[in-house]
Design a protein around this ligand. Structure first.
Ligand code: MN
Length: 156
């Protein structure tokens, strides 16, 4: 891999937080802002897909238990949307019943944390998903560049 000095990918990354509970929404958003993420809160799941399209997030934090529309449905909708499907989703759920994690992953979420969240685990899980997405994208870009220009020479 080429040794290119790139800016810290964490700075200014955008996170859409979908959560109907006001206290949790504030907690998640405050936590993420402290870590320099740009945050967009969504209280009503029915707005989530439209807001995601407008905000173009790098990651979505998705509550599962919500009125009107469940987080599982929203994950499926986003993963079926050509503009949103590459955005990693971290699901957050209060009921870690057996099979829940499997259902959430089957719906297409890349990550999963259970409530009550551990502050450290929450932030680390977000960072890990964003890092994975960044390296997956840059691998794709490298492959595209190599397809166009031939393999890059290794820097000395
Ligand atoms: Mn909820």
């Amino acid at each position: 891999m080429a040794l290119v000095v790139s800016p810290d990918p964490q700075v200014g990354q955008r996170i859409l937080v979908v959560e109907d509970n006001e206290l949790n929404l504030k907690l998640f958003c405050d936590l993420l802002r402290v870590h320099d993420y740009e945050v967009e809160p969504v209280r009503d799941g029915r707005e989530a897909v439209t807001r995601a399209r407008a905000f173009a997030p790098d990651l979505v934090v998705m509550d599962i238990q919500m009125p009107y529309v469940s987080g599982l449905e929203l994950i499926e909708q986003m993963k079926g949307d050509p503009d949103l499907r590459q955005v990693p989703i971290m699901a957050v759920t209060a009921y870690a019943a057996k099979g829940d994690e499997e259902r959430i992953r089957d719906a297409g979420a890349e990550g999963y944390v259970s409530k009550p969240i551990s502050v450290v685990n929450f932030v680390e899980a977000v960072k890990r998903l964003l890092d994975e997405a960044v390296s997956a994208n840059s691998e794709e870009e490298n492959e595209e560049a190599e397809a166009e220009n031939g393999p890059k020479a290794d820097p000395i």
